[in-house]
Design a protein around this ligand. Structure first.
Ligand code: 5RP
Length: 226
């Protein structure tokens, strides 16, 4: 029996997400589309039903480009009503579907689309499922002039922030990756960091968790519901 690669697992959860989206499609469905290698597999699958959906909203310029490449109309979030379903990957998830996102620097737009969506379906390979969040450094998007100030405040919260080199977000801001956090109360930390002046948002999705998580294991795709 050949071992499945991480890409095979990502492809399998993207396929499962596609089938789920197909099963809830209505006449005018707008699909929220995330960012990253797992989301990219989902974008490919979405091409199969491009005539059955109204279009998509994207959490990054990169995903918007990939969607347009396969002729899926991409809308500005302001010009659509409620987003039916949002599909995206994550860097970590715990069993409560609280997430760390932002490895691809798209956390702010991801958080906005998650907030504006009826349902948030997260897709990930099993390496992303953890007991306690924080092994993956927590991304924080900051206004450029606030970078050092925010860094000092993050140290006071117990983390080790590192400026992400050569990274400007789609919103024109910077990313601090915060190492060595053991996140025992994700909602509290999400709110504490977001209260720092100059922080746009951080990659904890604990106030608005995923609603459903598809996890790719070597043998199948498991579902966890919030
Ligand atoms: C981008 C994200 C991604 O969902 C996260 O980084 C996972 O990416 P990948 O599917 O490539 O592992 O939050 O900001």
């Amino acid at each position: 029996e050949s071992k499945m690669s991480q890409d095979d697992l990502k492809r399998a959860v993207a396929r499962a997400a596609f089938e789920y989206v197909e099963s809830i499609l209505e006449d005018s469905t707008i699909v929220g589309v995330g960012t990253g290698s797992t989301a990219n597999f989902f974008i490919k699958e979405l091409g199969n039903i491009r005539h059955k959906i109204n279009g998509a909203v994207a959490s990054s310029e990169e995903s918007a480009r990939r969607l347009k490449e396969i002729n899926i109309p991409v809308f500005d979030l302001n010009s659509v009503g409620e987003v039916e379903i949002y599909v995206d990957g994550a860097d970590e998830s715990n069993e409560y579907l609280q997430l760390i996102k932002g490895g691809g620097a798209a956390l702010t737009r991801e958080k906005i689309i998650a907030a504006a969506s009826k349902e948030f379906l997260c897709i990930a390979d099993e390496s992303k499922l953890v007991k306690v969040l924080g092994k993956f450094p927590l991304p924080v998007e900051v206004i450029p002039m606030a970078r050092s100030y925010v860094g000092r405040q993050l140290v006071k919260l117990g983390g080790d922030p590192v400026y992400r080199e050569n990274c400007v977000t789609d919103n024109g801001n910077y990313i601090l990756d915060v190492f060595n956090l053991e996140i025992l109360d994700p909602r509290k930390l999400e709110n504490d960091i977001n209260r720092i002046a100059g922080v746009v948002t951080n990659g904890l999705f604990a106030e608005r968790t995923a609603d459903r998580l598809f996890i790719g294991t070597g043998s199948d795709v498991k579902t966890i519901e919030a």
